[in-house]
Design a protein around this ligand. Structure first.
Ligand code: CP
Length: 320
């Protein structure tokens, strides 16, 4: 008989980054998400798990998928939800992040989901306010729920993550999705390769235990899964000189189209975190093909975020 005990609690009070989660935490989130996926297939998709919990979604940067996915996950769990967008707020009048959040928390908010353009904003907030914090993307740093839903979607399509070869392609330098995916996939025992132009590859990244390849055709022949990242033109524009001569040249060297996919000679799984620049990092005939799990990623995001919210809220009940 096994004496191994399986924890039903996360090892952390906040979700600030994949760096803070253990492999056991990720396994617990996936098991919990499996249960919520089953709930989401029912005619009545709502459960009362977070009925006494109030959650504020604070978005200081644009979002479609993450914002809607968190709001839906919260509503499916019966939480009370308030939404804040910096574009229509007193941030425009000069109010600081801490003042903004403390004013919102004064209205008795238990959890904060925050997207912010500055790396470290979620960690900073967790040290200064009394609420559970979930990082929904902080600048070029981390996007932990994206990495969790990506790994969950690989597990769903291939049966496991351990031992799978995953290549992350594109603008690694500006990508919070790349860093969170690297950390998550390695904790789950996958092999990770990064592929992109040398100008968009962070220095010393190989010291994180990942392979680096600049030839996309070689990378695609190696992998089971290719995660095609968005070219972050808005962040690149802030840096000064261009990272590559033109989008056309980028697409020729690092874009995935039908011809390049067929040259692999076997099926691989295609992912993209969105939003897609169609015709740049991926063409529509690949993005919309049977090899693509892009919309599965979006669907799984709701169940994975329900799991994260549910598990972190369990701590609120324990503390009160
Ligand atoms: N994947 C992702 O974070 O998309 P949004 O920016 O639309 O939230």
């Amino acid at each position: 008989m096994s004496t191994e005990t399986v924890s039903d609690q996360l090892s952390t009070d906040h979700l600030l980054g994949m760096a803070d989660l253990t492999a056991d935490d990720i396994a617990l989130i996936f098991r919990t998400a499996d249960g919520f996926k089953e709930v989401l297939r029912r005619p009545i998709k709502k459960v009362p798990s977070l009925r006494d919990i109030t959650i504020a979604n604070l978005f200081f940067e644009n979002s479609t998928r993450t914002r809607i996915s968190f709001e839906l996950a919260e509503k499916r769990l019966s939480a009370d939800v308030i939404n804040f967008s910096s574009a229509a707020s007193s941030v425009k009048k000069g109010e600081t992040l801490i003042d903004t959040v403390n004013n919102i928390l004064a209205m008795k908010v238990d959890m904060v989901v925050m997207r912010h353009p500055d790396p470290g904003a979620a960690v900073f907030l967790s040290r200064h306010v009394n609420a559970r914090i979930i990082n929904a993307g902080d600048g070029t740093h981390e996007h932990p729920t994206q990495a969790l839903l990506d790994a969950y979607s690989i597990r769903e399509r291939l049966g496991s993550v351990k031992g799978r070869k995953v290549v992350i392609v594109g603008d690694i330098l500006h990508s919070r999705v790349a860093l969170s995916n690297m950390l998550c996939l390695k904790k789950l025992g996958a092999e990770v390769m990064l592929c992109g132009p040398p100008t968009l590859m962070p220095r010393h990244v190989a010291s994180m235990g990942v392979r680096v390849e600049h030839d996309l055709d070689k990378a695609l022949r190696w992998c089971d899964v290719a995660n095609m990242l968005r070219i972050q033109l808005e962040r690149q524009a802030d840096d000064g000189p261009a990272y590559f001569p033109s989008l056309r040249e980028y697409a020729m060297l690092y874009g995935l189209d039908r011809q390049r996919y067929e040259r692999i000679g076997r099926d691989i799984v295609i992912m993209h975190p969105g939003p897609i620049n169609r015709g740049v990092e991926i063409t529509s005939d690949v993005a919309d093909s049977g090899a693509s799990i892009i919309l599965d990623q979006v669907e799984n995001g709701v169940a994975v975020r329900m799991a994260v919210l549910y598990l972190l809220a369990g701590g609120i009940h324990r503390d009160n």
